[in-house]
Structures are given as C-alpha cells and as structure tokens.
Ligand binder design. Structure first.
Ligand code: PLP
Ligand code: COI
Length: 355
C-alpha cells in the first residue's frame, strides 16, 4: 500500500489495552472493539487531517442532523491475518469508491482516497494484535460518515465525521439460514437510495425482519417494490440462485447494493467454468424449480456474511427446503474467496492488498 500522507494522521495512543479481556476463540460478530478508532472532521468546507484516538464515546449536539434526518453512510470491510502475521485487505479501493457513491446520494461530501487508505493502514498497524487468526474470524472494519453539523433545518449539514472502528469478529450467522420471500414491505424503490449504504436502509429493514424472525426465518429476501415478482437481495447480502448447474444473480440497479463479494463470486465462478447469468430472477421460477427439483442452491454473499448457504425459503405460507449438496457451489466459492482473502492461495485477480 502506498504511503503518502502518513504524517498527516496524528495518533493518541490508549493508556491501557483491553485486549486481554477478549476471548478470541469465541468471537461474536461486531460486538467488541479494538483499542483505537480513527476520526476525521469535515468543517468549513474541507476534511481536516485524520486523528487516531482511543476507542470511546463521542460528544454530539442534540440537534446534529444525523439524529433527525439520518444523513449517514457506512462501509463494511475485513482485514485478514495469515500465519506469518501479515495482514491483508480485500479490494479496499472498491469500498472507497462505493463510500463516495453513497456520499453523493446522501448529500455528504466525498471522502479523499488517501485519507481512507492511509487511515485504514495506520489504524490496522496500531491495532494489529487485535486481528484474529482463528478460522472463520477476521477483523471487521466499519468506516462510516455521519452529519455532525447542528440545526433543525431539513437540509444537508455543514459538518460531518468520518470514522473507522475495528471489531474482531466471528461469523455473521451462527446457525442455518432460512429466508422469507417478502411481498408486503420493500427495502428500496426505483429512484431511491437502495444502492447506497445508507444507515436508514437498514433501519427500514428491521421491522419486516423482526416479523420474519418471529416466523422462524433469519433473513428477508427482498423483491422488487413494483411487482414483488422478482428476487432482489437478502438483508445484508446479495443473493445467488443455482438452477440446474447455472448460477444466477440479479442485475444491480438503483434498488440494489453493488456488492463486492457478489462481483467477486461472479468472476471466480466464471474462472471455475461455472455458467453464470446476471438477469432478473423471478419468484415463480424459483418456486417452480424447487418443486421440480432443479433448484439446487441458494446463498447470500456479503463481506460480513461471506457466503452463507440458504437452507430453505418461505413463500406465501409454504416452506421450501433446499437440498444439502456434498459439493455445492457455495462451499467451493467460499473456499476460493476466503483462500484469496487469507493469503492461502494465489490471487489471480489481484484483489488482495497487503498492508
Ligand atoms: N447488500 C446489502 C444490502 C449489504 O448491506 C451488503 C453488505 O455490505 C451486501 C449486499 C454485500 O456487499 P459486500 O459484498 O460489498 O459486502
Ligand atoms: C457487510 O457485509 O459488511 C455489511 O455491511 C453488512 C452489515 C449490515 C452487517
């Protein structure tokens, strides 16, 4: 990774480390945080130099626009440590590009790439001991920006904070994943903000997801808001369906997050000789394929969830089980992508970035 702005980042180290309190063999997802965090303020029309400070609470104006108008965006990334204690990121500049796509949509000032990349590198070097090495675990990285500027006027804030927090994490899902195909609620709409990683997109999912959880499903599969006939994505994951031996995922649009795992899976699958299709997936074809036995797999793909096989889906009060395959595409693709991420294999695509 290039190092051009190192001196621009000031570091205030934590007086004591909390690392001895963490059980690295039993990590949940995103619930413990490393000793430091990065903070960068936008004031007077410019991003100031980033600071690394001890992880801890913030002090904000009650009228800060984040609280009232939800001007907030985030990214999700992971850092992986290999057996030589070398640390790697996966396609990090894609996260930076997507952060700025989200920023534009939410009227948040774009964040400079040098600050993003150098901030990640400096923070990860400082808290390197926190990066887990236990199988299935990684350092979940949460870059985010929110409106810290004050005032009740419903207009973009004049001040923002960009921050990065680090959470050593285990798997996102602890057990099997069953999904409910949703027809009443929508996650996003044409012309909306579905393609942005905007905080409010997730808040809006909580209620329908709680209803689905009460019925025994872990995630909602969102369908298009217009007809509810097409499968779009699953909670915090893009969704793949295998019918016969063809792997299908829906096209991205202004309703769907352009997932980095999704596009990586498509490239790996093609390189493995799997027939892939990026096209609209209808609910009726998935139900029909389940009934006639050609629906072999469904899985979600995302940074937090990696590749999560779907055990079954519910649709209009009927449950459909997926077969349990010995040699599933999901397990092969998960191995290929995590081998690249953890530096266990060659990286023919050039995605791995050593820090
Ligand atoms: N879709 C949504 C709504 C998400 O929140 C995520 C997670 O980031 C994804 C898809 C997967 O994106 P990525 O693979 O870039 O993590
Ligand atoms: C990620 O996969 O990084 C995400 O952002 C999902 C998150 C909502 C847990």
């Amino acid at each position: 990774m290039e190092s051009t702005t190192k001196n621009l980042i000031t570091i205030e180290k934590a007086k004591t480390s909390k690392i001895s309190q963490v059980d690295f063999n039993n990590l949940a997802f995103g619930s413990v945080f490393s000793d430091h965090m990065l903070v960068c303020d936008y004031k007077n029309g410019a991003w100031e130099n980033p600071k690394i400070v001890p992880y801890g609470p913030l002090s904000l104006e009650p009228s800060a626009k984040i609280f009232h108008y939800g001007q907030s965006i985030f990214e999700g990334m992971k850092a992986y440590k290999d057996e030589n204690n070398d640390v790697f990121l996966f396609r990090p500049t894609d996260n930076h590009s997507r952060l700025n796509i989200s920023a534009s949509r939410m009227s948040i000032p774009e964040f400079p790439k040098e600050f993003f990349m150098e901030g990640l590198k400096t923070l990860l070097e400082l808290d390197k001991d926190w990066i887990p090495q236990t199988p299935g675990s990684a350092m979940y990285i949460r870059p985010f920006i929110f409106a810290s500027g004050k005032g009740f006027h419903a207009s973009p804030a004049d001040e923002y904070k960009f921050m990065i927090c680090l959470a050593p994490s285990g798997p996102y899902f602890s057990g099997e994943v069953k999904v409910l195909i949703e027809e009443t609620y929508s996650r996003s709409a044409n012309g909306g903000v579905g393609y942005a990683k905007a905080g409010g997109n997730y808040a809006g999912q909580f209620y329908p997801t709680q209803l689905a959880k009460a019925k025994g499903y872990q995630q909602v599969v969102w369908t298009d808001d217009n007809t509810h006939e097409n499968i779009e994505e699953a909670g915090a994951m893009n969704i793949f369906v295998r019918i016969g031996d063809t792997l299908i995922t829906g096209p991205t649009s202004d309703r769907i997050l352009d997932g980095i795992t999704r596009k990586s899976v498509l490239e790996i699958a093609a390189a493995e000789g799997i027939k892939t299709e990026v096209r609209t997936i209808t609910v009726s074809e998935v139900v029909e394929a389940s009934k006639n036995g050609s629906l072999k797999e469904m899985f979600g793909a995302g940074t937090a969830a990696v590749i999560s096989p779907i055990a079954g889906f519910g649709y209009r009060d009927t449950d459909y089980d997926l077969p349990q395959l010995e040699n599933s595409y999901a397990s092969m693709l998960k191995k290929r992508i995590t081998d690249i991420q953890y530096n266990l294999s060659e990286d023919p695509f050039g995605w791995r970035v050593k820090i």
